[in-house]
Design a protein around this ligand. Structure first.
Ligand code: ZN
Ligand code: ZN
Length: 364
């Protein structure tokens, strides 16, 4: 039997455990991860020793270039994408096929259910996403570049900030500079929140001047060759109040305590708990309103989720964010976020921007 490219082989290896003879991949990001194909409207049908990419005529040349070792099936002008999937399932005499339940509409499911006589549909969740959790050498190298680009833009931008700049201008300049440096852009719309804006964890920057607020929270990341970085720093003015300083020290201690625990075999729950314990010691735990972090990769939010209800165990090759934060409505918010690689022996913090209270003082 022919050997498949390694990522597809790993999926094929999971077929017997799933008790299916093929896996239909319909999520665009999962298709890209497994095949290298960067277009859209295409799916993958994977059985042991065989993988087909099902697409349309616009993509024939691109697929030939990007997807070595994968059979290509192009639909005719009278077929829909679903018709081609159905035809491929029937041609390959598949009896039981796994579907990606999170990435299929009810209408698509009903179409297959009605059209696939003799083929049993098996709903699965997170199968390819679990493979994506462990990054290989090339993914780690690409993520390093995404982190470096994000940091470079931040360092360059800091001395240019002025009180007249609006939050939106700062967000746009981050995006533009990232593109100038060779990134595809931001990995998500940057959060730039001055003063009370920093108190909303998913704040959207507005057309308001940075002005004379006591703090400025910036959460941004680069997308480089598909891979995301995700960082947050909270800057503060020299006249910032004592309650801000105390909270900042608490958040920083929580972040460092959590990072310290990161190593293979560690339940993410325990990492999350270490951050919460530090926030509790500082009396600010009730102001922490989200999970501790998340995996990054081809998407900004990937597995593992770092939270008290996650059962994931850390393993070498995972890249996770650690981002405790506290939020005081109408007043200020503080979040500190770094990207951390789980290594064979422990961890490596990929981001290097300083984050001590004094390092983050700024004057507009
Ligand atoms: Zn972030
Ligand atoms: Zn994040």
């Amino acid at each position: 039997m022919a050997e498949l490219p390694s990522r597809l082989q790993r999926l094929a290896d999971s077929l017997s455990e799933l008790e299916v003879d093929a896996f239909l991949v319909t999520d665009e990001i999962n298709v890209r991860y497994l095949s290298g194909f960067t277009g859209d409207s295409s799916s993958l049908l994977v059985s042991s020793g065989q993988a087909s990419i099902l697409s349309d005529g616009r993509y024939s040349a691109q697929i030939q270039e990007q997807c070595r070792g994968i059979e290509m099936r192009i639909r005719s002008s009278t077929q829909t994408a679903q018709d081609l999937i159905l035809e491929s399932l029937q041609d390959s005499r598949i009896r039981r096929v796994a579907l990606e339940a999170h990435h299929m509409s009810v209408a698509q499911f009903q179409f297959f259910e009605q059209g696939c006589s003799g083929v049993e549909l098996v709903a699965t969740t997170g199968v390819v996403e679990k493979l994506r959790m462990i990054k290989d050498e090339s993914e780690i190298a690409t993520t390093r570049t995404a982190v470096d680009l994000a940091e470079r833009v931040f360092r360059e931008m800091l001395p240019t900030l002025s009180s007249e700049h609006t939050e939106l201008e700062v967000a746009h300049s981050i995006e533009q500079r990232l593109r100038d440096l060779g990134a595809e852009g931001c990995s998500f719309s940057p959060i730039v929140g001055a003063g009370p804006g920093s108190a909303l964890p998913h704040y959207q920057p507005r057309n308001v001047a940075l002005g004379a607020h006591q703090c400025l929270l910036i959460d941004w990341g680069a997308k480089y060759q598909g891979y995301a970085s995700d960082l947050t720093r909270t800057l503060h003015a020299p006249q910032v109040g004592d309650s801000f300083k105390r909270a900042y020290e608490g958040v920083l201690e929580a972040q460092l305590a959590a990072i310290d625990l990161i190593k293979p075999g560690m339940p993410v729950k325990e990492v999350d708990a270490a951050a919460r314990a530090a926030l509790q010691r500082h009396g600010i735990l009730e102001a922490f309103s989200h999970g501790l972090g998340h995996g990054t990769g081809l998407q900004i939010h990937e597995m593992p989720r770092m939270s008290p209800i996650s059962d994931e165990i850390l393993a070498p090759g995972m890249i996770i964010t650690v981002e405790p934060g506290v939020y005081y409505d109408g007043d200020f918010g503080i979040r500190i976020e770094d990207d951390v690689l789980v290594t064979e022996s422990g961890h490596e913090v990929l981001s290097t921007l300083p984050k001590g209270l004094d390092d983050c003082r700024f004057i507009l």
